[in-house]
Design a protein around this ligand. Structure first.
Ligand code: FEC
Length: 307
């Protein structure tokens, strides 16, 4: 038996150059190319954050950093494989490479904390379909890790650090947000909205936060209703209620990427300024060692659980 455990690290993926924006966007839209106007708008947002997103490099540092930690913890040795949802190396490529390398068992983790059929569920389906068609490896997939105590501790530390940006007597409202999804997920009892609440409430309890709320961000424009309230509407509502200080915690994401660097740092900050709100945000997890240690614990727990 192959003693090496495969470590399938799945993430969203990002275009690595301006030329890759069109195929990437087309893939996100399940093969339907965007209109010129939509493409121009997305290109403009990438330009506003420096041309390309740092996400590709961060995903690599997270995956290899995680493997490094696992390879010195005394447990089974791991070999990392990155599988991306919307650009190469695709999830299918990673499963194929594991199969080719003779990996028999692998733990699969998605670099997003909360489960939805439309997010983690779809990564998992792709991975399982690929391994079934190739005849291996056996995949031990992790559904969600938003309530792992080590992760909650890192998240709470981030919020505590964020709150310190404000003066000690300021009244600050923390907004916990995650990527919005089409409202139709509610009809199938999707756990996503409850999971967002669960981890946000846990952090609020740990820090004894007095003022906190929840919102959705980065909704797509597909014509159908998406989960709300949107974070921009939430800011308007808070401003009306007299709130002047807001800490944004995009707890649904674990890296600095377009949805944080543009949607929060540019778009939400601009609106906040117009509303007379000081908006700060928590640092993303990126390849912070404490965060990767939390993921390492999640991986080992799944490995130990087995089939
Ligand atoms: O930095 C980067 O380049 C990539 C940032 C990025 C992340 C991300 C995470 C999530 N998405 C989720 C769901 C959807 C759904 C649609 C959708 C559309 C886009 C578009 C871009 C994009 N997403 Fe994304 N997402 C990122 C980027 N996403 C760009 C297309 C243009 C736009 O709307 O801005 C709508 C698809 C459709 O049109 O039918 C649904 C979810 C996550 C969080 C979980 C995860 O990371 O997997 C859920 C990062």
């Amino acid at each position: 038996k192959n003693e090496v455990l495969g470590l399938l690290v799945m993430a969203y993926g990002t275009p690595r150059s301006a030329e890759e924006i069109l195929p990437y966007y087309t893939h996100i839209r399940r093969g339907r190319p965007p209109s010129q106007e939509q493409l121009d708008d997305l290109t403009r947002r990438y330009q506003a954050i420096g041309g390309v997103s740092p996400l590709a490099a961060i995903t690599e540092r997270q995956a290899y950093g995680l493997a490094e930690i696992l390879n010195v913890d005394g447990g089974r040795k791991v070999r990392p494989y990155i599988g991306l949802k919307h650009t190469s190396p695709f999830i299918e490529d990673a499963v194929k490479a594991m199969n080719h390398d003779g990996i028999e068992e692998a733990v699969g983790i998605v670099l997003a904390p909360h489960y939805s059929t439309m997010s983690i569920g779809s990564y998992q389906k792709t991975a399982l379909t690929a391994s079934a068609s190739l005849g291996g490896p056996k995949l031990w997939l992790i559904d969600s890790w938003h309530m792992h105590p080590l992760f909650l501790q890192v998240l709470a530390n981030r919020v505590a650090e964020g709150l310190q940006k404000f003066s000690s007597n300021a009244e600050v409202t923390t907004i916990f947000s995650a990527h919005s999804l089409p409202e139709k997920i509610l009809q199938i009892g999707d756990p996503y909205p409850d999971q967002l609440k669960e981890s946000g409430e846990a952090v609020a309890r740990m820090l004894q936060l007095k003022h906190y709320t929840f919102a959705w961000q980065s909704a797509g424009q597909t014509g159908e209703p998406w989960l709300g309230p949107d974070i921009l509407d939430k800011l308007r509502e808070l401003a009306k209620a007299g709130c002047r200080n807001v800490l944004s915690c995009s707890q649904g994401f674990v890296a600095d990427h377009l949805e944080v660097l543009y949607d929060i740092d540019i778009e939400a900050k601009q609106l906040a300024a117009q509303l007379g709100i000081r908006l700060e945000r928590t640092h993303q997890m990126n390849d912070d060692r404490e965060f990767l240690k939390a993921l390492a614990a999640v991986v080992r727990e799944r490995e130990n659980k087995g089939d």
